[in-house]
Design a protein around this ligand. Structure first.
Ligand code: UDP
Ligand code: MG
Length: 140
């Protein structure tokens, strides 16, 4: 399997509860390398551009407000099959459906406040990485 890069976000519900280190340990234990990382505060408009694909969904407004409700940690994870591997470590969107041991099973508060974001395909990963990071910030 090819080495891939994927965009991960530790969401405000998790940064608020000091879970950044515990979540990063899950990524590293799964063989994902954190090759770029920064803690930032999004505006609702910036979150809205990032989640534009969901703009017709009923939860869009709430999602944008939530993502701007506190700091987020945006990161690039690298490894063999990193996109699917990260989705596996994250667990299902709704924590009630997330497999035991996954980030969302252990830490998520609800389907909306679910602790982490991860890209879902190579094209979205490339676009999402470019939204938060310049090429100079990706040192491998
Ligand atoms: N979301 C929500 N309600 C829903 C479905 C999704 O609030 O019924 C939020 C949740 O924070 C989720 C994000 O919207 O992580 C993006 O949804 P997606 O279906 O892409 O899930 P993900 O890829 O994050 O698992
Ligand atoms: Mg998604």
């Amino acid at each position: 399997m090819a080495v891939e890069r994927t965009l991960s976000i530790i969401k405000p519900d998790a940064t608020k509860r000091n879970l950044t280190g515990k979540i990063n340990a899950k990524f590293e234990d799964a063989g994902l390398r954190i090759i770029a990382q920064k803690r930032i505060q999004l505006t609702p408009a910036q979150a809205g551009v990032f989640y534009e694909v969901h703009k017709e969904r009923p939860f869009y407004g709430e999602l944008c407000d939530f993502m701007a409700s506190g700091p987020v940690v945006v990161q690039v994870l690298e490894g063999e099959g990193a996109i699917a591997k990260n989705r596996e470590v994250m667990g299902a969107t709704n924590p009630a459906d997330a497999a035991p041991g996954t980030i969302r099973a252990e830490f998520a508060e609800s389907v909306g406040e679910n602790s982490v974001h991860g890209s879902d395909a190579p094209e979205t990963a490339a676009a999402e990485i470019a939204y938060y990071f310049s090429g100079l910030e990706l040192v491998g």
